[in-house]
Design a protein around this ligand. Structure first.
Ligand code: PCA
Length: 325
């Protein structure tokens, strides 16, 4: 009979709380060196602490559990409960998801945040159709160009094999006359060391996290755009939580969003310094390169307008009204 005791106690506890502790699985393609992953892991810790362990979220980073392209479908199917993706990789679902990878739309953290606020209702609605709830989104620092020589002449783009993180960046490279390759963050070192790419477009943060100085010498801080990661959960998993836990989760998500944007600003500064300390020369584009980037960007924007529906264009208009344009 003695051995029955723990079971009886456990049953009594379960009856008293009325529910079993929930254990969620979450996947992100980004590695532990990324501030996004650090922020998301902090979010998971906050949820565990604030719910006294009623909800535990285990974050699998670096694409270790699910590949980037499979993260959203996996949450939709319920194979995992939560995911984080580079929002613009969802552009095949709707062009609104790549609105943050258009040059000249939002070139500062404040504008990037306003763009997120203006597009969030439409994005939330699209996620809801798939049984998903967005929790928070955080911008990467502005995107720039890493090269193995100083980038002084737009003719250098001719045939340059450039690693890009999404389709829109590939289009941009094409517009510049280069040859784009889509490569996940975790595959960047291999892409360079096997000679598959000569250059890459990404942020100061990812250049730092991936030790860009092992492969390139120059970073052109071109302030192209500030793309975001989005973190989301399965509606079904959410519905299984009691109301108090749901509220705690949403509160922790709001804090993660605020913290994440601040981390991004700080990480940008720290990463630019780290690049320079490790011998990468950081500079702004000269007039010729800037003009070529502008032309390639204008083309990208026109192309987006042709693909985007009225609702997406209206969201962009409401952003412009908000920032007083
Ligand atoms: N880092 C991610 C997405 C954008 C960024 O700055 C990457 O390059 O894959």
């Amino acid at each position: 009979m003695r051995s029955m005791k723990p079971l009886v106690v456990a049953l009594a506890c379960a009856m008293a709380t009325g529910a079993q502790a929930a254990e969620w699985t979450m996947a992100t393609p980004y590695g532990d060196a990324s501030f996004h992953t650090q922020n998301t892991k902090q979010f998971a810790e906050d949820v565990r602490d604030a719910t006294d362990g009623e909800l535990t979220i285990t974050v699998h980073s670096g694409g270790s559990l699910v590949s980037h392209g499979e993260i959203k479908p996996s949450v939709r199917r319920g194979t995992i409960d939560a995911g984080e993706v580079f929002m613009s990789v969802l552009s095949n679902d709707d062009p609104i998801f790549e609105v943050d990878t258009l040059p000249g739309v939002a070139g500062s953290y404040d504008d990037a945040f306003a763009l997120w606020q203006a597009t969030k209702p439409m994005i939330t609605e699209l996620f809801a159709y798939e049984g998903l709830i967005p929790l928070y989104a955080v911008a990467w620092p502005a995107q720039g160009i890493y090269t193995a020589q100083a980038l002084t002449d737009p003719a250098q783009f001719e045939g340059l094999r450039v690693r890009a993180p999404n389709i829109n960046t590939q289009r941009f490279v094409n517009n510049l006359g280069g040859s784009p390759t889509e490569t996940e963050e975790s595959d960047i070192p291999t892409a360079f060391s096997t000679g598959r790419v000569d250059a890459m477009i990404t942020s100061s943060s990812t250049g730092n996290a991936m030790s860009a100085w092992d492969y390139v010498s120059d970073y052109t801080d071109a302030n192209l755009w500030l793309p975001k990661n989005i973190v989301f959960i399965s509606q079904r998993s959410f519905d299984r939580l009691d109301e108090t836990t749901q509220q705690v989760l949403m509160d922790a998500a709001a804090r993660a969003e605020e913290r994440g944007w601040q981390m991004s600003r700080e990480d940008n500064q720290a990463s630019l310094a780290a690049l320079e300390e490790n011998g990468v020369s950081v500079s702004e584009p000269n007039a010729e390169v800037a003009a070529a980037l502008q032309a390639a960007g204008d083309e990208l924007y026109q192309d987006w307008l042709e693909r985007a529906d009225e609702e997406a264009e209206q969201a962009l208009e409401s952003y412009r009204a908000q920032i007083g344009e």
